[in-house]
Design a protein around this ligand. Structure first.
Ligand code: NDP
Length: 494
């Protein structure tokens, strides 16, 4: 089923085997089904990928369960696990051009960003989490119950975890989930998005090469409503970690009810990004432009509501409009492209709908156009004169679109910044340290960036308040979501 390269660009890698990866073997889907994936820069079919369904998810879960309960992974010492996880990080870096190229073919994003950003971040996750494998400790607990006891806690792996990953950062988000799951000793069934399955399949192969035994990391591409739902509902899956839309997040919660599996959700956002009157306005404009347009705006953290103090509002509108106009949009393999096409035809239509609405209801200060044939391109767009309650300001667009909104005072901007159901990320630009701390405390968001935007690091916990999710990715805290605490209480005397 492997398909020859569709792009003639020298950086475009061969696509390789597109079958499922179960128990260390490449296999066809049980029903022999496949689905097409597309090159977003051209709209042409890129490859056929095996379509895992309920039966395949069941096969993968069985393999993961076996690998968890007995065999080399079960018996591996934490230090050996750490070495294999570290090695996987190294292998990602050794294959950075191939993995970056696959991401560009599949998702459309610029190759240089995929290679130098996504792959490096994914490798960083494995390197960081490998260190935790030897440090997942319990504690001894002095209890007051009559008698003499030795009481301690153990932190144990959960078992089989189902990891459901979206299309915007396919490899990086897979790493956010796989790295801590492995560090804690779990086994995995990974379901990538049907739109971007290629790097997840390579990740599974590289895991084997790194010494992670067969059955520990299984990869089953398939459709969300079928394979994704089957994984969520599977009685032998102890936990699901999901990144994607808030609507699908709700479906995951409902699907997980059967065996009350644990659920982590990293959902949508509509991030406020606030430029105060005393900010370094030029730095704020540059950071805000990257904050919203990077990755075509296909980011849950995209800084899509840009609040500018009225005293600097005109400068900000002019500055970010110039920045938007200067951005080169094009094929991801063109080194000049800062943003590539959107990921799919359906997503392009969705974003185009928001642009049409923005044009009707407000003012287009920059961009506002989109391609009508060929690849799924959208111009970076700056909208002004939109009311806070409009759909364009309230809903997650997931495209390169920013609303610039004026404000007059700090209490007002805090109230308006918090006035969405989301609470994932936020930004503040100010030269006053007191203002920075005050606003950082008041914003309902899992991450607040001050005088910067979009800084991610494997050591920084990431996740949402309110309807942006449950639990955290990354940092040491994520290991709480991949372990159970067991209390052992031993009577040692009267
Ligand atoms: P979804 O949330 O539907 O998809 C994310 C992942 O969930 C994919 O792997 C998808 O599979 C899977 N999935 C879909 N339905 C189910 C289900 N019922 N049970 C289990 N898994 C399921 O995102 P979309 O691709 O539909 O994008 C829609 C919108 O979601 C975007 O416009 C954006 O606003 C938001 N989004 C947010 C992301 C974030 O990082 N927070 C990431 C991606 C999207 P499949 O691909 O096969 O449908």
């Amino acid at each position: 089923m492997s398909t020859p390269v569709v792009s003639s660009h020298p950086d475009a890698p061969a696509i390789g085997d597109t079958r499922l990866l179960i128990d260390g073997e490449r296999v066809d889907a049980a029903e022999g089904a496949t689905f097409d994936i597309y090159n977003p820069s051209t709209g042409a079919v890129l490859a056929q990928v095996a379509e895992g369904r309920k039966e395949d998810i069941d096969r993968a879960v069985k393999a993961a369960k076996r690998a968890f309960e007995w065999g080399p992974w079960h018996d591996m010492k934490p230090a050996e696990r750490a070495k294999a996880i570290w090695r996987l990080g190294d292998l990602l870096l050794e294959h950075d051009a191939e993995l970056g190229g696959l991401e560009t073919l599949d998702n459309g994003k610029p190759f240089l960003q995929a290679k130098g950003g996504d792959v490096v971040a994914a490798a960083g996750l494995f390197h960081y989490m490998s260190g935790w494998a030897t440090k997942i400790e319990g504690s001894t607990i002095p209890i007051s119950f009559p008698g003499r006891f030795h009481t301690y806690t153990r932190r144990e792996a959960l078992g089989v975890v189902g990891l459901i990953v979206p299309w915007n950062f396919p490899l990086t988000i897979a790493a956010w989930k796989c790295a801590p799951a492995l560090a804690a000793g779990n086994t995995i069934v990974l379901k990538p998005s049907e739109v971007t399955p290629l790097t997840a399949l390579r990740l599974g192969e590289l895991a084997l090469e790194a010494g992670i035994p067969p059955g520990v990391l299984n990869v089953v591409p398939g459709l969300g409503a079928d394979a994704g739902a089957a994984l969520t509902e599977h009685p032998d899956v102890a936990k699901v970690s999901f990144t994607g839309s808030t609507a699908t997040g709700r479906a995951i919660v409902r699907g997980a009810v059967g065996n009350l599996k644990k659920v982590t959700l990293e959902l949508g956002g509509k991030a406020p990004n606030i430029i105060m009157a005393d900010a370094d306005v030029e730095a704020a404009i540059a950071g805000s432009s990257d904050g919203v347009f990077y990755n075509q705006g296909e980011a849950c953290a995209a800084a899509s509501r840009l609040f500018a103090h009225r005293s600097v509002y005109d400068r900000v509108v002019e500055g970010i409009s110039k920045a938007a106009e200067a951005i080169k949009v094009g094929d991801g393999f063109d080194p000049e492209s800062f943003i590539g096409p959107l990921v799919s035809k359906a997503h392009h239509e969705k974003v185009a709908g928001y642009l049409d609405l923005g044009r009707e209801q407000g003012t287009v200060a920059a961009g506002g156009t989109y391609s009508s044939e060929g690849g799924w391109f959208v111009k970076p767009t700056v909208l002004t004169d939109m009311g806070d309650e409009s759909k364009v300001v309230q809903e997650e667009i997931f495209g390169p679109v920013v609303n610039v909104l004026p404000f007059d005072d700090t209490d007002e901007v805090i109230r308006r910044a918090n006035a969405t159901p989301y609470g994932l990320t936020a930004g503040v630009w100010t030269e006053n340290v007191g203002t920075a701390h005050r606003i950082a405390e008041a914003l309902q968001a899992g991450t607040v960036w001050v005088n910067c935007y979009g800084v991610f690091d494997a050591a920084m916990p990431y996740g949402g308040f309110k309807e942006s999710g449950w639990g955290r990715e990354m940092g040491g805290v994520v290991l709480d979501d991949y372990t159970e605490t067991k209390t052992v209480c031993i009577k040692v005397g009267d």
